[in-house]
Design a binder for this molecule. Structure first.
Ligand code: SF4
Length: 368
């Protein structure tokens, strides 16, 4: 008679024991760079069950959070123009800028609409031909193909009043900056499953090669995350750092060729500013020439965003893995999900929001 397959609970216990064994008494420090991973690690309770010497630091995985204050200020100024309807995601509307949020601008009369994506914004433009409808686009390689597809549609149809304030970013350059930062001192990255499903894992191979870091793409269930953490610990303890995937049902070799081709047709790499990381070379996606007439910055002649004054929020340090959410002096006092002082407390993928909602007795410093 064949042995019964181990249950999910048994598999989880086996994986936790394997991880405990591999980590042992020598500290390991990994970073997760996907907001959905951050949320899943808290929501499933997995973060609280990790081995004592394994430190899992949250990184810049939330696209709303990495949007710098000055870009947000520019979007708010744009939304206040009488001819503009600004359409964007719900989380962005609540993020505080230097002088209020998009929600506050809307309360003051600005036409700000919440949409689920670029396609809905394009529909708005079709239905409001007398308005200039600007889609405020944020997101990594996961959402950028959606914007690209809509831009091709708008170009094919020649929709004259549709524009994009394009703040899309790409993940590999951010990981390069983090890998090179000596004060962050990581042993490896839990690679973002959604981004890897578009790009494949190939664009991350420089991380073990140049920086000696272990990398593993992970899915979003507790078992997926444990499998990836075991893989990372095994790489480090075995002295063989590479790029692997513990998410084969989502990540195929080469990623998603159609999505990658779309990105290639519509965007070209450009420098971009990240909250917490500064300006990173070739980490943004500018519109290629055939699509430039949809660029809100060019068409509406927006001035370059001015540097934003500091407001005490430490999201920049949280996003760079230099500070745990509870290490921010404003956490849970001035800053809560009802009174957010920074994007990490607003976004559904923000690490401060996750720590507030699920964190329990969470650490105030990442150091083990
Ligand atoms: Fe910013 Fe609030 Fe997080 Fe502090 S707790 S880093 S103010 S979002």
């Amino acid at each position: 008679m064949r042995d019964a397959e181990p249950s999910l609970r048994e598999r989880g216990a086996l994986l936790r024991a394997a991880l405990e064994n591999l980590v042992g008494e020598t500290p390991l420090r990994f970073m997760e760079v996907c907001g959905t991973h951050t949320m899943a690690l808290y929501r499933t309770g997995l973060r609280a069950l990790l081995p004592r010497k394994l430190e899992l630091v949250s990184g810049p995985g939330c696209p709303v959070c990495v949007t710098p204050q000055e870009d947000l200020d520019q979007a708010i100024a744009l939304a206040s123009r009488p001819e503009v309807t600004l359409a964007t995601f719900g989380d962005l509307v609540r993020v505080p800028g230097s002088e209020g949020s998009l929600a506050q601008a809307r309360a003051g009369g600005a036409d700000v609409r919440v949409v689920t994506g670029a396609s809905e914004a394009l529909d708005l433009a079709r239905h409001l031909p007398q308005r200039r409808v600007v889609f405020l686009a944020v997101g990594f390689e996961t959402t950028a193909p959606g914007t690209a597809a809509v831009l091709e549609e708008a170009r094919g149809e020649d929709v004259p009043n549709f524009l994009v304030l394009n703040l899309h970013k790409t993940v590999p350059p951010a990981l390069e900056a983090l890998a090179a930062a000596p004060d962050i001192a990581l042993d490896g990255f839990l690679l973002p499953g959604h981004v890897c499903s578009v790009l494949g894992v190939e664009p991350f191979r420089f991380l073990p090669r140049t920086h000696g870091l272990a990398c593993c793409a992970a899915g979003f269930e507790a078992e997926d995350l444990l499998l990836a953490l075991v893989d990372l610990a095994r790489q480090v303890r075995g002295g063989h750092r590479e790029v692997t995937s513990a998410y084969p049902r989502g990540v195929r070799p080469g990623g998603n060729p159609r999505a990658r081709a779309l990105l290639e047709r519509v965007f070209r790499p450009c420098d971009a500013s990240w909250r917490g990381l500064g300006v990173l070379p070739r980490s943004g996606l500018a519109l290629r020439d055939p699509f430039r007439r949809f660029d809100a910055r060019e068409s509406l002649e927006l001035p370059l965003p001015a540097p934003a004054p500091p407001n005490g929020c430490r999201c920049g340090d949280v996003l760079a893995g230099r500070l745990a959410p509870r290490g921010c002096p404003l956490f849970g006092g001035t800053c809560t999900p009802r009174t957010p002082q920074g994007p990490c407390m607003v976004s559904s993928e923000g690490s401060c929001a996750a720590a507030y909602r699920y964190g329990g007795k969470e650490v105030t410093t990442w150091n083990v």
